[in-house]
Ligand binder design. Structure first.
Ligand SMILES: C[S@@+](CC[C@H](N)C(=O)[O-])C[C@H]1O[C@@H](n2cnc3c(N)ncnc32)[C@H](O)[C@@H]1O
Length: 310
């Protein structure tokens, strides 16, 4: 089975500035690369809660026999409810390492890869009903074009969707990953020899099947609210659509002092932002990218909660 190499492991863990008896949450356990490093930094009173919506990830997490550790099969969008239901204290730090793990991409039957023949699945959560195949075969022209533009940033969306609709009319349902990848490859010009033309289409489908962007939008305010004062939130993202949401979330919380110019106002009347940026955007080192190509698009942003407001 394919292994997952944790991305920006030390940068993310250092940025969390772990307190040995603190409570931490790893929202994206994966294969536990970051979780295991957090556990190393905790003493007997420390605790780590991990979440993942993938049953295989949870199965792996359940092999960690450590009384300080618990894993829950859940989406991080439900973070608030999980903390409330379990009566957990406020966390000192929360980590999110977004996207998919190497086993998810490399195991053909998960249907994420355009290079491996499989059913068009792409569900991170195997107990969910909606698959990529449902979308590709049931969405109409306009819905598919919108999806490829917005979640795939695919400039040839219309050409691809025309080919999909034609294929559906002439040959029936598109059920296999390779079938879809071939169809996209034939529908659009190939400019970049290193990039498969189906990359953006597969990205759009994956994001939609798993509602990846909506869930990030939901979890960020919930994570911020949950954190203790001086608690830290570290997020590793892998493409611009994810990073844009995180950047805007931070910007929004920094802009509490927007006072129109020339309005007389006392300094103390200006609300100070409830967060501070721990470090500017970090990307993986050259040597990490050389060792692990999948880390190449990673971006790490870290903030600290300095007040309860907002
Ligand atoms: C990049 S991997 C994490 C790898 C992990 N940090 C490690 O080092 O092993 C992302 C993981 O997050 C999970 N995931 C993605 N979105 C999620 C969500 N909304 N809720 C819970 N888990 C999610 C995926 O199933 C995947 O296992």
């Amino acid at each position: 089975m394919s292994k997952h190499i944790p991305v920006m492991l030390h940068e993310a863990i250092n940025a969390l500035d772990i307190i040995s008896n603190g409570f931490y949450i790893d929202c994206t356990f994966g294969r536990g690369g970051h979780s295991k490093e957090i556990l190393k930094k905790l003493n007997d009173d420390g605790r780590l809660l991990a979440l993942d919506k993938d049953l295989e990830a949870v199965k792996e997490g359940e092999t960690i026999k450590d009384k300080r550790f618990e894993i829950v099969h859940a989406s991080f969008k439900d973070l608030k409810d999980i903390l409330k239901k379990k009566n957990f204290q406020k966390p000192n730090g929360i980590l999110m390492d977004l996207g998919i793990s190497s086993p998810q991409i490399d195991e053909a039957e998960r249907g994420f890869s355009f290079q491996l023949d499989s059913k068009l699945d792409m569900r991170m959560n195997q107990s969910q009903k909606l698959t990529a195949s449902d979308i590709i075969n049931n969405y109409d022209y306009d819905e598919l074009v919108k999806l490829l533009y917005s979640y795939g940033e695919e400039k040839f969306a219309k050409k691809i969707v025309k080919a999909i609709i034609k294929y559906r009319e002439e040959k029936g349902k598109i059920l296999r990953t390779i079938e879809l990848a071939d169809l996209v490859n034939k529908a659009i010009p190939k400019f970049d020899s290193k990039k498969n033309p189906a990359t953006q289409t597969f990205q759009a489908l994956r994001i939609k099947v798993n509602e990846e962007l909506l869930e990030i939008e939901e979890v960020l305010p919930a994570a911020f609210e949950a954190l203790k004062k001086n608690g830290r939130l570290a997020v590793i993202s892998f493409h611009s659509l994810e990073d844009r949401i995180i950047k805007n979330f931070i910007k929004d919380r920094l802009n509490t002092d927007k006072v129109p110019k020339k309005i007389p106002i006392f300094q103390k009347q200006i609300k100070s932002p409830p967060i501070r940026i721990i470090q500017k955007l970090q990307t993986p080192s050259k040597s990490e990218v050389l060792k692990n190509k999948r880390s190449r698009s990673a971006k790490l942003r870290v903030i600290e909660k300095i007040s309860e407001e907002r």
